[in-house]
Ligand binder design. Structure first.
Ligand code: FES
Ligand code: FES
Length: 153
């Protein structure tokens, strides 16, 4: 059907077999020489929830990251891509990874959205999880980062 064809093959493969799903323990973070950051974010509208794990080194670089999710398939695919994009970036750089960047990376064809419009909000959850993690890392209130607007083309 038409809706079926609105999902990219990258979304399909990452929702079924995410590369970065899992968790990181305090012991693992210590072994890597970094600080463990754990952040939860839930989407009130649909009840989906994501938990993000970062290991951040002394240069504020995210040296490892994983996620767990009670989210829909699109949220899983978007979280997986978001985590991949976080790895190797500083916390400040990670904050610039908005939902549109995540969605663009999930496209098969640069001119065709990776998911149907109704699912764009699922990629916003990934960005909000980054803000939650950054707030935890800096020990500041989450409200210092603007709430996400759903961005779509
Ligand atoms: Fe979701 Fe436009 S695509 S609001
Ligand atoms: Fe809620 Fe996808 S339906 S994140």
């Amino acid at each position: 059907g038409a809706l079926w064809d609105e999902y990219s093959s990258k979304v399909a493969s990452r929702m079924n077999d995410p590369k970065h799903r899992g968790e990181i323990s305090q012991a693992e973070a210590t072994l890597m020489g970094g600080k463990l950051v754990v952040a939860d974010f839930g989407a009130e509208a649909c009840g989906d929830a994501v938990r993000l794990f970062w290991v951040v080194d002394e240069n504020e670089k995210i040296v490892a990251a994983k996620f767990k999710s009670f989210g829909c398939g699109t949220a899983i695919a978007a979280s997986d891509m978001m985590v991949e994009l976080c790895i190797g970036k500083t916390v400040k750089e990670a904050l610039t990874i908005d939902n549109l960047i995540v969605e663009k990376h999930l496209r098969d064809d640069e001119n065709k959205p990776a998911v149907p419009p109704q699912k764009m909000h699922c990629s916003v959850m990934a960005h909000d999880a980054i803000k939650e993690a950054a707030a935890n890392f800096y020990g500041v209130d989450r409200s210092v980062y603007e709430d996400s607007q759903i961005v779509c083309e």
